[in-house]
Design a protein around this ligand. Structure first.
Ligand SMILES: Cc1ncc(C[n+]2csc(CCOP(=O)(O)OP(=O)(O)O)c2C)c(N)n1
Length: 609
């Protein structure tokens, strides 16, 4: 490789380059990111939008001594490449390569392991306070998108940062987009800032009014060789932040490297919280992504196989269909319309559709409010992001016993998105809540049947499924709370109880046994368990959820409590965070295989006779 990029092994190599050379490097990075993501899959639009920003930040700040935090972390590919992972980037989202999000296990330049939205300001404040307590002088920078800014956690941090003047630099990367078009009052406010001012040029605007500010004084004005007027207008247009005690600069063109470098140099080492507003274009430099940034937000890996049918599509389509005849239905998303399959619903029922921004807590509580007033809310949400709304599920939905349905998508082992995106805790964290019902379909037809049935179910309900399923089974017993479906009669003493389609996929390949679609994880089908399973039987439970608090433990507890002597073996995930990026390997490592079920049965053969 005879490129500039081939010479960049760390940010110190970057610092030797001229601004024109940095621009060339930006082009090379874009090309490299695009070519890799189109093959391996990953986040494309956001990464193309943040290339110049990344270069300017690493040019000015001194990571890893200075902490640079990437909110969500899905836009940190250029950062990874220039921070020592250029070659490994070819194996993006592979076990022998690198992950798609910042990871402290991967590099000292990744200040934190992250993947969920809106955390970076709180983390930065923690870093900043830690430095202050130790008497260290350093910069803590967090890069946060306008989408991530809609998360309540970000505002909690701002409120805290402003009150005591903590030293931190917030870079607001505003591209008007979350995954879809950004929503809400905050996003409108950013738009106003953008439109009212046009781009601020550092030389002409920023430097000028600095001495008017109580924080700065003449010293900095002299140091920067500044004069006064224009900066005042920058300040005036950002009252919200200023009144919170956070100095605002911007908006700046986030693709103008020279200007960005000047801005970052100016704010580096300042005391107190500072917000630099930069405007970028999602998908920048790759025409298809610029035109349709949502489509290229997350790109699937190139594959020869036809895509598997999607539970998300079934969920969105079914919801749209039942809402035609049921005016009480409302649908809610926390900025994940496309991912959760809600597009057809949105098209047909836009007045009963609410995109609340990246605000899962608010979505769950707001759903409770709608339910209390007689509506039938469906909150479609990824399992991993629903974790954030735990107290709202418990306090607002369950204690108030409200008929909110959670369509829990991307449940189970996550694969390429990695450790922060695993959906392997939901069966545990949902089924331990009183009054919550939890079910999990074996295929698309069953998901459709469950959603149709849920219209007449007036209590908290979670329907949990991964992204895709293998194929339709071709049959589906009527859905009834707490009733399972026998997939294959056994006639012997071995019973395999499966929670969800992935568990069934495994069990189907196992030997002679009764195979049960345990479609309700809560309540269990106690009638089946007590009437069909004889003493001395072998019961194998299978689930792609952690063992602790999961389906299998509930079945074991049932037999213990009933005093029935059966041998129960729980196949589930170990009590550890899953770093492996390959779903098949995770299943194998945890014994979730047909082979393992066969061995278990073989070992028990003698005692079963
Ligand atoms: C708590 C949580 N909810 C949802 C997501 C899924 N998600 C990943 S990126 C993203 C959009 C972020 O938008 P923004 O911060 O503006 O960054 P951009 O992609 O526009 O650069 C969303 C909703 C998440 N990572 N975390």
């Amino acid at each position: 490789m005879d490129s500039l990029l081939s010479k960049i092994d760390s940010p110190s190599d970057l610092k030797k380059l001229s601004v024109p050379a940095l621009r060339v490097l930006a082009g090379e990075l874009r090309e490299y990111i695009t070519q890799t993501v189109l093959v391996n899959g990953g986040h494309l639009s956001s990464n193309l939008g943040s290339v110049e920003l990344t270069l300017a930040l690493h040019y000015v700040f001194d990571a890893p001594r200075d902490d640079v935090l990437w909110d969500v972390g899905h836009q940190a590919y250029a950062h990874k490449i220039i921070c020592g992972r250029r070659e490994r980037f070819k194996r993006l989202r592979k076990n022998d390569g690198i992950t798609g999000f910042p990871s402290v296990k991967e590099s000292e330049y990744d200040a934190f392991t992250m993947g969920h939205s809106s955390t970076s300001l709180s983390l930065a404040l923690g870093f900043s306070r830690a430095a202050a307590l130790r008497g260290e002088r350093k910069n803590v920078v967090s890069v946060i998108g306008d989408g991530a800014f809609t998360g309540g956690l970000a505002f909690e941090a701002l409120n805290d940062a402003g009150q005591e003047g903590a030293k931190m630099i917030i870079v607001l990367n505003d591209n008007e987009m979350s995954i879809s078009k950004n929503v809400g009052g905050v996003s409108k406010y950013f738009e106003k800032l953008r439109l009212s001012r046009g781009y601020a040029k550092f030389k002409h605007n920023l430097k000028k009014g600095v001495s008017a500010l109580p924080f700065f004084g003449d010293k900095i004005v002299n140091a920067l060789d500044l004069s006064k007027d224009a900066f005042k207008t920058v300040i005036k247009s950002s009252r919200m932040f200023e009144q919170m005690g956070i100095r605002y600069y911007g908006p700046f063109d986030g693709h103008d490297i020279r200007n960005l470098i000047e801005v970052f140099r100016a704010v580096k080492d300042l005391d107190g919280p500072v917000l630099v507003h930069v405007v970028t274009k999602k998908g920048s430099g790759f025409a298809a992504a610029e035109i349709d940034p949502e489509r290229y937000h997350g790109v699937a890996p190139r594959s020869a196989a036809a895509p598997a049918p999607s539970f998300s599509d079934v969920a969105g389509q079914t919801l749209a269909d039942i809402a035609d005849a049921n005016p009480d239905i409302v649908a809610i998303t926390a900025a994940m319309c496309d991912g959760t399959g809600l597009n057809p619903y949105y098209v047909r029922h836009s007045t009963r559709y609410f995109d609340v921004g990246i605000a899962e807590q608010h979505a769950a509580a707001m759903a409770a409010g709608l339910a209390k007033k007689g509506f039938k809310p469906y909150f479609a949400v990824y399992s991993t992001f629903l974790q954030r709304a735990y107290d709202q599920i418990l306090h607002d939905v369950c204690i108030n016993k409200l008929p909110v349905t959670f369509l829990v998508d991307r449940a189970g082992v996550a694969g390429g998105d990695g450790v922060t995106h695993q959906g392997v805790f939901d069966l545990s964290y949902l089924s331990m809540l009183p009054d919550m019902t939890v079910c999990t379909p074996k295929d698309g037809a069953e998901l459709r049947a469950m959603i149709e049935w849920s219209q007449s179910f007036f209590a908290p309900l979670a329907i949990r499924y991964p992204k895709a399923y293998r194929a339709e089974y071709g049959f589906c017993a009527p859905v009834e709370s707490g009733k399972w479906e026998v997939i294959r009669e056994g006639g012997g003493k071995v019973f395999i109880l499966c929670a969800g389609n992935r568990a069934l996929d495994i069990a189907i390949g196992a030997a002679d046994a009764e195979i049960v679609n345990a479609r309700f994880v809560k309540p269990l089908d106690t009638e089946y368990l007590s009437s069909k399973i004889p003493r001395g039987a072998l019961v194998v439970t299978v689930e792609d959820n952690v063992k602790r608090g999961g389906f299998g433990e509930a079945v074991t507890a049932f037999f213990n409590d009933a005093g029935v002597a059966v041998k129960v073996r729980n196949l589930a995930l170990r009590d550890e965070f899953i770093e492996n990026l390959d779903i098949g390997e995770v299943f194998a490592q945890n014994g979730l295989t047909a082979e393992n079920i066969k061995n278990l049965i073989k070992k028990s053969e003698k005692s079963l006779k």
